[in-house]
Write a protein that binds this ligand. Structure first.
Ligand SMILES: *Cc1c(COP(=O)(O)O)cnc(C)c1O
Length: 385
C-alpha cells in the first residue's frame, strides 16, 4: 500500500491509554500526572492530553508556558504544572490561565509573589527540592525557610513539594535511594513545622517501575507512557510502544561494487547491490550518526536493511540488495513492526549513541503524525495482579 506521505509517524493512542492505565494500577492510590513536555516527547501534546483528560488525570506536566497555553487553547481543563521554572515574561500567561509552576529559590518566590499581587490573582507553586540532581531546586536545608516564605505570601499558594531523580535506573541505584531519603526527611521537617503541603511527588518513570509503593501522593511518568522504559527490566510488565516511524521508497538505484554513497562517501558498496532512497533525514529526527557509523536499520517487506552512508538532511539510503521485488512507494519502517521483525526506540538510540528520549523528541515537524486507535502489534501482557 502506498502512503501519500513522504515520512510519517504512527501514534497508537490505545497503546498510550494502556500504558497510562498500567502505571495507574502499578501506583495504586497515587495520582498519575502524565508528563507531556516537549510536545509529549514528540508525540503531539494535544492528542495525548485529550486522552489524559478522558482518563481523568489530575494534573499534567509541561515544559514551559507556551506548552501550557497550547493545551488550554485545545480545550484542556486539567490542572497544568510547568515542571521546571518559568522566566519573568512567562508569568502573566501562567497567572491568566491558572497554570502552576515549579519554584526553586526564595528570591524567585518574592518575584513571583510580586507579579501575582500586581495581577490580583494567586499563583500556585510546587517547591522543588534539589536532593541530588543539582539543577533547579532549593537545597534540603533551605526548604523549610523557602516554604515558610511562600506560605507567608498571600498571592502564592504552596500546592506541592517535589524532587526529581537523576538516575535512569530508579531505585536500583543508590543515588535514587539517597535522594528519596533526603526528600522524605525534608517532607517530615516541613510537616513537623506544620507547613501544609497538598501534594508530595517525586517518582519519574524509572522510579515508578523500580520502587513500590511510590512515596507521596502523585507520580510523574514521562517516557514510560510512550512505551519506553529508561532501563531494561526483567519484569512481566510490558509497555506498548506508542510510536512507529516510516518513510516510503522514492527511488531505487542499482550500483556496482565500490560505489561511494552519500556525503563524505562514508560507505562504499562491497558488492554490486540495489539501494533504496528514503525521504527522511536528520531534519526529521533520524540521527546523522546512524549512517555514519553503519549501525542503522530499516525494515522493508519485513526484512532488515542497513542504512548506508551518512544520513543527510532530507534523505537516507538503505541497502535492499537482499530483498527481492522492492518497489517505489513501498513502506520502509524505521521504528516499529514489519512482519516478524521490529525496531525499537531503544535499539535506534543505542545505534546512534543517544537515549530514547532524544529520538522521540527530535521527530521533525515534517513527519506527519498519523493518530490511530487500532491495536499495536506489540506483544500484550497483562499486569500480573
Ligand atoms: C521530564 C520529567 C519527568 C518525567 O521523566 P521520565 O523519565 O520521562 O519519566 C518527571 N518529572 C520532571 C520534573 C521532569 O522534568
Amino acid at each position: 500500500m502506498t502512503s501519500r506521505h513522504r515520512a510519517w509517524a504512527g501514534i497508537h493512542l490505545n497503546a498510550f491509554r494502556k500504558n497510562l492505565q498500567l502505571i495507574q494500577k502499578l501506583v495504586g492510590e497515587a495520582e498519575v500526572w502524565p508528563v507531556l513536555k516537549a510536545n509529549a516527547y514528540g508525540h503531539g501534546a494535544r492528542q495525548m492530553a485529550k486522552i489524559c483528560q478522558e482518563l481523568c488525570a489530575a494534573r499534567l506536566g509541561v515544559g514551559d508556558s507556551g506548552e501550557a497555553l497550547e493545551l488550554r487553547e485545545a480545550g484542556i481543563e486539567t490542572p497544568l504544572l510547568v515542571l521546571g521554572t518559568a522566566i519573568d515574561s512567562e508569568i502573566p500567561d501562567l497567572l491568566e490561565h491558572d497554570i502552576e509552576v515549579g519554584l526553586h529559590s526564595e528570591s524567585r518566590a518574592l518575584t513571583l509573589a510580586e507579579m501575582a499581587r500586581k495581577s490580583g490573582k494567586p499563583l500556585g507553586v510546587h517547591l522543588k527540592v534539589d536532593t541530588g540532581m543539582t539543577r533547579l531546586g532549593v537545597l534540603p536545608e533551605a526548604a523549610l525557610r523557602v516554604a515558610r516564605a511562600v506560605v507567608a505570601e498571600p498571592f502564592l499558594e504552596l500546592r506541592g513539594l517535589m524532587t526529581h531523580h537523576a538516575s535512569p535506573n530508579g531505585f536500583r541505584s543508590t543515588t535514587t535511594r539517597e535522594q528519596e531519603t533526603q526528600f522524605k526527611n525534608t517532607v517530615a521537617e516541613l510537616q513537623d513545622a506544620q507547613v501544609p503541603i497538598p501534594c508530595i511527588h517525586s517518582a519519574n518513570s524509572a522510579a515508578i517501575f523500580t520502587g513500590s509503593p511510590p512515596f507521596g501522593n502523585a507520580v510523574r511518568p514521562g517516557i514510560a507512557l510512550y512505551g519506553v522504559l529508561p532501563l531494561s527490566l526483567d519484569t512481566d510488565l510490558r509497555l506498548e510502544p506508542v510510536l512507529s516511524l516510516h518513510a516510503q521508497v522514492v527511488f531505487l538505484k542499482d550500483v556496482p561494487a565500490s560505489a561511494s554513497v552519500g556525503y563524505g562517501g562514508l560507505w562504499k558498496s562491497p558488492r554490486p547491490t540495489r539501494l533504496a532512497v528514503l525521504p527522511i533525514g536528520y531534519n526529521d529526527g533520524l540521527p546523522y550518526r546512524l549512517g555514519a557509523q553503519g549501525r542503522g536499520w530499516a525494515l522493508v517487506q519485513g526484512v532488515r536493511c542497513p542504512i548506508v552512508g551518512a544520513v543527510s538532511m532530507d534523505y537516507c539510503t538503505i541497502d535492499v540488495g537482499h530483498v527481492p521485488g522492492v518497489d517505489i512507494g513501498d513502506t520502509a519502517t524505521l521504528l516499529g513492526k514489519d512482519g516478524e521483525e521490529s525496531l525499537t526506540i531503544q535499539e535506534l538510540a543505542d545505534a546512534a549513541g543517544t537515549i530514547p528520549y532524544e529520538i522521540t523528541c527530535s521527530l521533525g515537524s515534517r513527519v506527519q503524525r498519523i493518530y490511530s486507535d487500532s491495536e499495536t502489534q506489540a506483544p500484550k501482557l497483562s499486569l500480573s495482579e
